[in-house]
Design a protein around this ligand. Sequence first.
Ligand SMILES: Nc1ncnc2c1ncn2[C@@H]1O[C@H](COP(=O)(O)OP(=O)(O)OP(=O)(O)O)[C@@H](O)[C@H]1O
Length: 231
Amino acid sequence: MEPSGTVVRFDEVGFAYPAPGGGRGPEVLRGMSLALDDGSFTWLLGPSGAGKTSALRLMHAALRPTRGAVEVLGVATGPAARGALPVLRRKIGVVHQDLRLLPHLSTFDNVALPLRLARRPEARVAQEVTEMLTWIGLEHRAQARPEELSGGEQQRAAIARAVVSRPALLLADEPTGNVDAAQARRLLALFAEMNRLGTTIVIATHSEDLVGRFPAPMMRLERGRILDHDE
Ligand SMILES: Nc1ncnc2c1ncn2[C@@H]1O[C@H](COP(=O)(O)OP(=O)(O)OP(=O)(O)O)[C@@H](O)[C@H]1O
């Protein structure tokens, strides 16, 4: 962590995806500057296509800025050596919009992945994964593969995998899109509890209901720019 206590910093960040014919396409993020403090909770809002997923992918160092600078947990991702980024990403929990559960692994093994990557002893892996699955209500589905789970169960498994290693930073892209209202409230309680324990959290969502249930700073994007950010 850098001394200022800033976990994510964007400085005049622009991002353009590669164009199909070569070169770069149009900028989808345009001159974004932001600073998210250690232990903060931010709702990332904006219409479809505004750039929420792209901004989260920059925060996860899955993408690097095409202009400006991104710093996450003290690492400037633009100039960072490729080998440094996997180490950084292990400190970040991510719930992808498309979940990305590994289809050939059981729910248990999917959730265990971050702990095994961090080389935790197997006895601890078993204990922590079991506790997490119980908390999230999936203990009875531990041996099921993702294709055998309902959409909401898959979403909960993806969230369990993102939070099981108690990351310093949690990034979630529409994490409650597939669950019912009661489950969404329960998942929000999990995020709130993690935040209370010190995890910095950014959640992109279209759900006004969810946002209404947990008052926190909102950052609104529109066409790749920050429209407003109440801190
Ligand atoms: N892999 C890609 N290649 C090219 N363009 C992309 C790619 N992914 C996203 N885009 C474009 O970038 C822009 C921002 O998309 P992004 O997915 O970041 O928005 P979003 O706010 O997350 O939208 P949604 O709420 O629909 O998920 C859109 O114009 C989109 O078409």
